[in-house]
Structures are given as C-alpha cells and as structure tokens.
Design a protein around this ligand. Structure first.
Ligand code: NAP
Ligand code: GLV
Length: 315
C-alpha cells in the first residue's frame, strides 16, 4: 500500500516530512515525480489536483482533503464518482477558526480599527462603547466550525443565531434553517459570519440583496460581514459598492474568488475592509497527517471512514 500527495500549490516536502514523522510505516509518494509504481497507490491527499491525475490511479480507495473544505478536490471534472472523499474535522483546525471568528467579531464590536487610526493621529477619542449583549451575531453554516464559534461567542455574551440547511439545537443559540428562514435570520443579524462550504447553492450568497436584508438597528450603526468560508460565496463588487454606499459598515475577508487576491483588487486598500490571506484556520502538517493516517488505518481495518463527504451535497 502507498499513499500519494497531489499538492500542486502547497509545500509538498513539508507535508511529506510530516507524514513520515507521524506515520513512518506509510509508503509516501509525491505527484508528479515521485509516484513510483502507481498500482501501489491506495490512498491520496489532494488539493487542486490537475485533471486526470486522480483518475489515473487504478487501485485508489480513498481521496483525502487536508482541510475542512473539499471544493478544491471537487473542482477536478475527471474525479471518479465511486471513490469516497473524506475531509478534516480536527480540534486543532476548529480551534484556529474559532480564534479567527472571535478575534474579528471582537475587533468590530470594540471598534479597534477606529482606535488604531486614532492612535496613529494622536487623537484621544473616548467614544461611547456597547456591551456584547447588544450586538447580534449570525453565523451562516452551523457545522463543525460554525457550531464551535457560535458557542464561544455565546459564552462571551453575544446574542448568537446560526443558519444551516437543517435545524440545530444548541442552548442559547437561535437556529434558523433553510431558504425559507434566511431573511428572518438576516433581519436579526448585526454581524454576519460565513462559515459555509463552497457549493453551487452557496455561490454568491453574500451579495447586495443579502447585505440589504441585514439589521440596521445594531449599536455599530450598520451591519458588518466576516467571510472565512470560501471566496466564491461573496460578490466582491457588491461588497465594495455596499461599503461605499454606507449599506455595509465594514468587512473582514479571509477568502476570495481568486487567490492570491489580484494586486489590482480595490479590496486591498479599501478603508473599511480588513483582509487576511486565507489564514483563518491553517492546516498544521503534523496534526493533519496524524488525522489522515488515522483514517487510513481505520479503513484498512475495515472500519467506517471519519467525515465522509456527501458528494451530492458538495460538502
Ligand atoms: P461542515 O461541518 O460541513 O458544515 C457546513 C455547514 O454549512 C453545515 O451546518 C451545513 O448545514 C451548512 N450548509 C451547507 N450548505 C448550506 C446551504 N445551502 N444553506 C444553509 N446551510 C448550508 O463544514 P466545517 O468543517 O464547519 O467547515 C465549513 C467551511 O469552512 C469549509 O467548507 C471551508 O470552506 C471553510 N474553511 C475555511 C478555512 C479558512 O482558513 N478560511 C479553514 C477551514 C474551513 P447542515 O448542518 O444542515 O448540513
Ligand atoms: C481551508 O480552507 C480548509 O478548508 O480547511
């Protein structure tokens, strides 16, 4: 049995070293030049695999993502339909995302960018502040990541609601489900966080119409969006025009339709945008390789794979 990394845009040697450290017994191969005999390869981990590579592995049993999302794998139009795909659900990855979401909700809540600007100009401006209980946070996507962020924000004191396909039951967190309840969810939300996966249903969901439906009665004087899901979910021109029109107060964006973000994107220098380079929850090589190796061993023992992706739903 051999395991193959197909990581055209990642530092594959770092991942190979990590896998060798946490699972020295696994025969690790690397696409494109260290594949060896392809008939040995039964497992692969891929991120943006070029077309036909996965398809060319005759004895492949499982395709693994090295992150929570699988859109970068499903982009391959030649992906064999019958091979299961598994994704990562690990406390390290989830904890990193929760840190990011809590950091940026608090940054907007405490108006830290205004304070930074004042410091630069030596302005002592002790403007009125508000309590967490007055700022309503709404999280789109109440899966592994959304749920953990919701609980931590609730514990700080924010009124939190989540929106997902199916209804959730979490103490102290209001649940909205499905397209029918989307508008009601937006209407009660001052800070909108997206932790949705990229699927045809979520493409472009953060658009001008969505922004216009957000609450305008919150203590910041306008709504805020935080997108750490996927860039395909945001219509970047709509975000900029909503910011410029005063319909949106501020945006934190970690993900973009094109990554790296093009140098001529107006988002880079927009005064109301906080931009981070898709680093909300980085996959730590050793932690994730240990997770992947665990799933391989589970599969080899004939046990159920952890976190199997539903290819029809796309996540
Ligand atoms: P997950 O456990 O699969 O959760 C996905 C959530 O989205 C579920 O609650 C699901 O609803 C909901 N959802 C999906 N399609 C929907 C739709 N059309 N309408 C309403 N709700 C919908 O995924 P996760 O582990 O939390 O990760 C979420 C995403 O975060 C990943 O797919 C990835 O894109 C992103 N991510 C980003 C970074 C980063 O660094 N920026 C890092 C890690 C992950 P149900 O619960 O009803 O199924
Ligand atoms: C990163 O974006 C992930 O999907 O884990």
């Amino acid at each position: 049995m051999a395991f193959l990394f197909i990581l055209p845009t990642w530092p594959v040697d770092v991942w190979t070293a990590a896998m060798k450290k946490v699972a020295p017994d696994i025969d690790v191969r690397v696409w494109p030049d260290r594949m060896g005999n392809v008939t040995d390869i039964e497992y692969c981990a891929a991120w943006l695999p070029p077309p036909d590579v996965v398809k060319s592995l005759p004895n492949l049993k499982v395709i693994m993502s090295l992150g929570a999302g699988v859109d970068a794998i499903l982009k391959d139009p030649t992906l064999p339909a019958s091979i299961p795909i598994v994704r990562v659900n690990d406390p390290d990855l989830t904890g990193r995302m929760t840190e990011y979401v809590v950091l940026h909700v608090l940054m907007h809540h405490r108006q830290q960018r205004r304070i930074d600007e004042n410091q630069k100009r030596k302005i002592w401006d002790s403007f009125p502040t508000h309590a967490a209980k007055d700022l309503r946070v709404g999280i789109m996507g109440m899966g592994v990541m959304g749920m953990d962020s919701a609980i931590k924000l609730r514990d700080i004191g924010f009124p939190v609601a989540g929106w997902s396909r199916s209804r959730k039951s979490v103490a102290g967190v209001e649940s909205f489900a499905g397209a029918d309840e989307f508008d009601a969810f937006l209407a009660r939300t001052d800070v909108l966080v997206s932790l949705l996966p990229a699927t045809p249903d979520t493409d472009g969901i953060i658009n001008r119409a969505t922004i216009r439906k957000l609450s305008r009665t919150g203590p910041l004087g306008g709504p805020v969006i935080i997108n750490a899901g996927r860039g395909r979910q945001q219509v970047e021109a709509d975000i900029i025009s909503a910011l410029d029109a005063g319909e949106l107060l501020a945006a934190t964006l970690d993900v973009f339709a094109t990554e790296p973000l093009q140098l001529d994107s107006p988002l880079w220098s927009h005064p109301k945008v906080t931009l981070t380079p898709h680093c909300a929850a980085d996959s730590d090589p050793e932690t994730i390789c240990a997770y992947v190796a665990g799933n391989i061993r589970r599969h080899q023992r004939g046990e159920k794979l952890d976190n199997l992706v539903d290819r029809n739903r796309g996540y």
